[in-house]
Design a binder for this molecule. Structure first.
Ligand SMILES: *Cc1c(COP(=O)(O)O)cnc(C)c1O
Length: 427
């Protein structure tokens, strides 16, 4: 797989290199210069999930990883299903929360862990990542107790749900957590600074687990194929997919799926009140505001890292600009939609409700709509119970984590503070 730095086209790397480096020079993200379409999509859709996913990954990654190696990696990484649930006529929910940390981040996090273990054999590596809530848990669980790997997680203090936080801050051992006095964008900026710091990079063998990392994105492409595989054939013609978007990694994966031939006719990237992209799509002006705290906190991002990847796909015509929609959903509307879905018999947390609203805003009668459920409702117990006035049962992994003590240390939103802390701890 050939990948080019979108901010410095002189930097061209392989998949293995891109996974190990994470972020390129000038903080540029890596992306393929073009995509090849898969010839027989129907035959591919007829295969079982793991087998099909390994083929999709092989198509994207190429000969750097042999097919049988990918088969094994996928079997270990995707050891839980993606479920398509019919919510109404021609409306489906793709439930991506059946993994160990109950959010879609398990797909990317677990495949990335497979990649890092394979590529860094023996070498020491430190995974540094910022989380808006769910990446932290997915990455922490995927790398927990792995030899030669330390994980450092930054999260915005007080801005993620208790269940999200406890799923990673209570693990200890090789998982080191910092509660940053700032926003997710501050955390993300601190991670980017660390990658520009050669001293830290070399001493710690730094890598990132953010959706900057291409291994996470390619893994996520697979469940879009799984969604269409579960649709009745007669409904695969005009598929409209709505993705609740924060850092825009997930919708980028959907677009890659379309670019290699999966028939996604229309894509909606729906945000909460942090609406940098919806405003940009309308006005052409990139003007991030301060990040606002929302019910859908995993999407509290105002400078989405993956937007350059989505934008270049739209510019190159990998996906038709006119079939791409990006709208913002208010806090009030999010709550109303959660209620409406509940009345229809579907229990959704705020991110999922936003995806559902994204479908409604731009759908047409002849389409088949698929909205993504990116997290289990229990992960947002407080807001779900509050909005719906409905008591939730806690799945066991969450109930267990909630009983444990948070081991995170606090940190100011300042790169030097981070540098001092991690060099002292890990060097
Ligand atoms: C991370 C996350 C999102 C946003 O996904 P992006 O790839 O960052 O756009 C949406 N919902 C949930 C529950 C998440 O954890």
């Amino acid at each position: 797989m050939k990948l080019v730095n979108l901010k410095d086209e002189q930097q061209v790397v392989s998949f293995v290199e891109a996974v190990k480096i994470g972020l390129g020079r000038n903080q540029g993200v890596f992306f393929p210069p073009s995509f090849e379409r898969i010839a027989d999509i129907d035959a591919l859709l007829a295969l079982p999930f793991a087998e099909r996913s390994a083929r999709v990954l092989h198509h994207l990654i190429g000969d750097e990883l042999p097919q049988d190696t990918l088969d094994d990696m996928v079997k270990r990484a995707f050891n839980f299903p993606a479920k398509l649930v019919e919510v109404a006529d021609n409306q489906y929910c793709l439930e991506l929360f059946h993994g160990p940390t109950l959010a879609f981040k398990d797909f990317g996090g677990r495949f990335m862990a497979e990649c890092i273990s394979m590529f860094n054999q023996g070498e020491r590596v430190t995974i540094l990542t910022a989380t808006s809530g769910d990446t932290g848990a997915a990455v922490a669980h995927a790398f927990y107790e792995k030899e030669n790997v330390d994980v450092v997680i930054l999260y915005p203090h007080g801005k993620i749900s208790l269940a999200q936080q406890k799923l990673f801050t209570t693990l200890g051992k090789n998982i080191h957590c910092y509660a940053v006095d700032g926003s997710f964008d501050d955390c993300q900026a601190m991670v980017k600074s660390a990658f520009l710091d050669d001293e830290v990079k070399q001493k710690l063998g730094l890598n990132s687990a953010n959706s900057i990392n291409i291994s996470r994105l390619v893994a996520q492409v697979c469940y879009y194929f799984e969604a269409l595989a579960q649709l009745p054939k007669s409904q695969r013609d005009k598929v409209h997919v709505s993705v609740p978007s924060g850092n825009f990694g997930n919708v980028c994966a959907a677009m890659i799926a379309a670019a290699i031939g999966l028939p996604i006719a229309k894509l909606s990237a729906t945000t909460n009140q942090n609406d940098t992209v919806p405003r940009y799509v309308t006005s052409g002006e990139w003007q991030p505001n301060d990040t606002l705290e929302s019910l859908s906190n995993a999407m509290d991002v105002s400078k989405p890292n993956n937007w350059p990847r989505v934008e270049i796909m739209l510019e190159r015509g990998d996906f038709n600009k006119h079939d791409f929609y990006s709208r913002s959903v208010s806090e009030a509307r999010t709550q109303t939609v959660m209620q409406e879905l509940h009345d229809k018999g579907y229990l959704a947390e705020p991110h999922t409700a936003i995806a559902y609203e994204g479908l409604a805003l731009d759908s047409q009668a002849d389409e088949t709509g698929i909205f993504l459920a990116t997290a289990h409702p229990a992960k947002f117990k407080e807001s779900v119970e509050d909005v719906l006035n409905h008591k939730l049962d806690m799945p066991k992994p969450l109930a267990d984590a909630l009983k444990k003590t948070c081991l995170a240390e606090s940190l100011s939103a300042d790169y030097n503070a981070l540098k001092t802390a991690i060099l002292a701890k890990l060097n």
